[in-house]
Design a protein around this ligand. Structure first.
Ligand code: AMP
Length: 423
């Protein structure tokens, strides 16, 4: 049996995956991103280092095992760490310091499965490495919304926040602890331990009494990022420029001061896109700036920003999911009666395929009726019927499977006649 939180993807879902990936590739091309495929398996150290040892992903959710070599390896829980490793390992930081990569593929997290939450899920993501411009932050968000627009997904909300630089984030911890610690007893147990491990995580708690304490915090100012009074002028300026660039791109957004994101590497701009169709797991995609990550993995100081979207969640938001019944597995199916016709059919099969036409044929000598049933099952638009009479007349019968109409066409013209009928 299938492992909990994993899926077999076929039928309409497979068609939707294909549509989403095709859309993503088209949008990334327009935005100037190149594909970078990193391994699914990496050293565990890469993730503990990049994501932070205290994060849920590293502490509870990573699939990791001891390799026979003695090294602990892990299935990638996200894409950014691998991209940064590849950026450094392939010397992009020296040869092409400003890089824009995209990736798509499976990620693995041992979470509690529910709607929109799996243990093997798929992400589409992009990273802009080598710059600190706020315009790059806006560009990442623009690329994400462009993909949603390309897929015809509407009704989403862009949420934006500014966390400050890594140094500012460290300093803010004190302000956050000064507020939460005296009320620790009123927080849930999880949040109490978050005060020790990573106070920022308190903002993610879904419990009402914790949220009430958060909502009363004096450092939450309407229409402003987290801790606006303590944020440096430089961070304010960065944030303002991101906002202006978004406005210039016609992207509406909401400032969400309590949106802090789950991974430790984020600095300054963070964003999330939510969709009402998603229910409890309402984040469709998310990302942010991570200006210290390249350095912390052994590279030079390199500004970077990126995002990731969940494909399974995109699927839940598609307005018109693919209809498998209306898409063709085969455009043509060849049905034959008798041995001579079978051989001519088999020759035709190869000729049509070489010409790029999608064709299938039954090799089991079934009756005409069951061959027609097969044509139907394989969702063919047309059946090519060949029998002795047709062979002697050097023609074939073309049956439109939708309307049932039939016509006779010369065998020598098969390729050109059938090409006219493909969509
Ligand atoms: P994250 O890497 O946690 O920022 O997640 C980015 C996006 O990936 C989310 O907004 C989701 O769409 C998707 N995602 C994250 N975790 C899961 C999961 N366990 N199952 C399905 N999708 C996920």
């Amino acid at each position: 049996v299938r492992l909990k939180g994993t899926e077999d993807i076929f039928g309409p879902q497979a068609l939707c995956f294909d549509r989403i990936e095709t859309s993503a590739r088209a949008v990334f091309k327009i935005f100037g991103f190149e594909e970078l495929r990193t391994p699914y398996l990496e050293s565990k150290k890469l993730f503990t280092h990049a994501l932070g040892t205290g994060t849920d992903v590293v502490q509870k959710e990573m699939y990791e095992f001891l390799d026979k070599s003695g090294e602990v390896v892990a299935l990638r829980p996200e894409g950014t760490a691998g991209i940064v490793r590849a950026y450094l390992e392939n010397n992009f930081h020296k040869t092409q310091p400003f890089c824009r990569f995209f990736y798509l593929g499976p990620m693995f997290r041992r979470e509690r499965p529910q709607k929109g939450r799996l243990r093997q899920f798929h992400q589409i993501g992009a990273e802009i490495l080598g710059g600190e411009s706020p315009y790059s932050d806006a560009e990442a968000i623009h690329c994400l919304t462009a993909l949603l627009d390309h897929l015809g997904i509407s009704g989403y909300t862009v949420k934006l926040n500014m966390l400050g630089t890594m140094d500012e984030r460290q300093a803010f911890k004190k302000t956050l602890l000064d507020y939460f610690k005296p009320q620790a007893a009123a927080l849930c147990e999880d949040c109490q331990s978050r005060l020790e491990k990573n106070v920022y995580r308190v903002f993610d708690c879904k419990k009402e009494f914790c949220r009430a304490i958060v909502s009363r915090a004096p450092f939450l100012v309407p229409d402003a990022p987290l801790l606006p009074r303590e944020l440096s002028a430089r961070s304010h300026e960065h944030f303002d420029l991101v906002r202006k660039a978004l406005e210039k791109n016609g992207i509406s957004y909401r400032i969400e001061p309590t949106m802090v994101r789950g991974l430790d590497y984020y600095t300054r701009t963070v964003f999330e896109i939510t969709h009402p169709r998603l229910g409890a797991q309402d984040a469709l995609g998310a990302g942010g700036r991570y200006d210290k990550l390249v350095e912390s993995l052994g590279g030079p100081a390199t500004g970077a920003v990126g995002f990731a979207i969940g494909v399974e969640r995109l699927l839940l938001c598609l307005e018109a999911p693919e209809d498998a019944d209306k898409s063709f597995v085969n455009f043509f199916t060849i049905a034959t009666i008798g041995e001579a016709a079978f051989h001519e059919g088999f020759r035709l099969l190869s000729e049509l395929r070489t010409a790029g036409l999608a064709v299938a044929m039954d090799f089991q000598g079934k009756s005409m009726k069951s061959q027609m049933r097969l044509a139907d099952k394989m969702r063919s638009r047309y059946a090519i019927i060949l029998g002795d009479t047709e062979l002697t007349r050097k023609i074939f019968v073309l049956k439109n499977m939708e309307t049932g109409t039939q016509e006779e066409l010369p065998l020598t013209e098969a390729v050109s006649e059938l090409k006219k009928r493909t969509l």
